[in-house]
Structures are given as C-alpha cells and as structure tokens.
Write a protein of this length. Structure first.
Length: 250
C-alpha cells in the first residue's frame, strides 16, 4: 500500500489534476453540474484515458451519497430499470473504445462532447417528443456508450430524459440513482476485464479531498438570488476547461 500511495503522489501533473478536481467541485457546489466536463479535459492532459475516467468515477461517487437514500425512494423505478438495462448492455462497447483510442483522440472527444453539451445548455435545447419505453432503453444505451468511452454518461440523460413528464424531483432522483448505478457497473466491468489499477484508485481517493473542498466552498458561496450569475460562471469555466483539453496547444 505505501508503494501505491507514493506512486499516486508521484503522478505527473498532480497539482494540475488536483486543481481540476477542486474547480469541478467548486462548480458543482454552486451550480450543481459540470464535474466531468471540467475535470476530464484537465486530467486527460496527464493521465491515460482509462486513468482519467477511473479517477473521475472515484471522486464523483462520493458527492451523491448523502442524498442517495432519498433519491432511491423518489426515483421512477420502471424508467430506472430501463435506463440501467440499456446502459448495462452497451457500456462494454464504450469501455472497448476507451481502452483502444489514442490519448489525443480521447482528449478531443471529451472536449468536443463537453462543448456540444455546453452549447445545448446555453441554447436551452431539450428533446420535446414523447418518451416511450424503447426510447428510454435507447437513452440508457447511449449513456452506456458515451460514459464508457469518454466518462460522460450524463448528456443523453440531460438532453433527452429531462423531457420526461415526471415531476422535476422524480427526474432528478431517477437521474441521480442512474448515475450512481453507472459508476458501480463501470467498476464491476473494469474489474472483470482486469483494468482496475491500485495506483489509479488511490489517486482517485487522494483527489476526493480537493473535490470536497471545492464543493464546500461552492455551496458556501452560492446565493439563490444570483443563480443566473453562478450558472454563467459555470458555463465559462466549463468552456475554458474544454478548450484547454483540445490537443491543439502544443
């Protein structure tokens, strides 16, 4: 264990990766979203694609825990089962892409997906059609592929499942439980394929501290009267991080 801990602390760019974790937590604290879109473009500069996604899964799995029991009670379980089943079937495809593509392709994909989602959020784009059971399976499948490949399972849910006719509280609860299930299944599949690394998991554990500090600061800074300002600031930070992640800066 000490050797693994030393290896984690000796990671190239650890200060920048920790800063990415801190910024991701800060934005999550005052805006409630954006963790992966901020962290992955930065971490992807220094870690392998698998390492970047794996550490994200570790640090991101702790944030929802306090609210998880309530979310489990409020979630729409028929929809949740469909989402998880679709995700489970298609995640292996995403993981295969993750461990196959070169690092610069991964960085470009993460940044471009983040920028596309950012544009959709700014423009207020949402799916407005009826969500039938097959479509919900499809949303889960898209999340499985996108999450497995670039660590971003959220965009299909945000852009498509948010069109559900459920009350906002039920949609939030269902989404939260689904994303936690994604983390659990991702770790299980990675473990079965022998992809888990002790040093990477320890590094993720080390990065929990700056993430939580960021969340605490962001939550402390948040003032409901200035929600629009915080959202705009989150968009700016996400945009800068995504542009920084593009492999065009030398």
């Amino acid at each position: 264990m000490p050797n693994i801990l030393v290896s984690a602390h000796a990671t190239d760019g650890l200060i920048w990766i920790a800063l990415g974790s801190l910024l991701a937590g800060l934005v999550r604290g005052f805006a409630g979203f954006g963790t992966a879109m901020i962290y992955l473009p930065i971490a992807g500069q220094f870690l392998t694609p698998l390492g970047a996604v794996m550490t994200l899964m570790v640090i991101d799995s702790f944030g929802p825990l306090p609210a998880l029991p309530c979310a489990v009670r409020e979630a729409d379980w028929p929809d949740l089962r469909r989402l998880i089943f679709g995700m489970f079937l298609c995640m292996p495809v995403g993981i295969w892409v993750l461990i196959t593509v070169p690092a610069d392709v991964f960085r470009s994909a993460v940044s471009l997906v983040s920028l596309a989602l950012l544009a959709a959020l700014i423009l207020g784009l949402r799916y407005s059609g009826r969500l039938s059971a097959p479509k919900i399976y499809g949303i889960g499948a898209m999340s499985g592929v996108l999450g497995g490949a670039v660590g971003l399972p959220g965009p299909p849910v945000i852009l498509l499942y948010m069109a559900s006719t459920h009350a906002p509280a039920i949609i939030r609860a269902t989404t939260m439980v689904f994303l936690v299930a994604f983390d659990v299944i991702f770790f299980a599949m990675a473990g079965v394929q022998g992809l888990l690394s002790g040093a990477t998991l320890v590094l993720g554990a080390v990065l929990i501290t700056p993430m939580m500090i960021g969340i605490l600061i962001g939550t402390w800074l948040f003032r409901p009267a200035y929600e629009t300002v915080y959202r705009a600031l989150a968009y700016v930070i996400i945009g800068v991080s995504a542009l920084y992640g593009l492999p065009i800066w030398g």
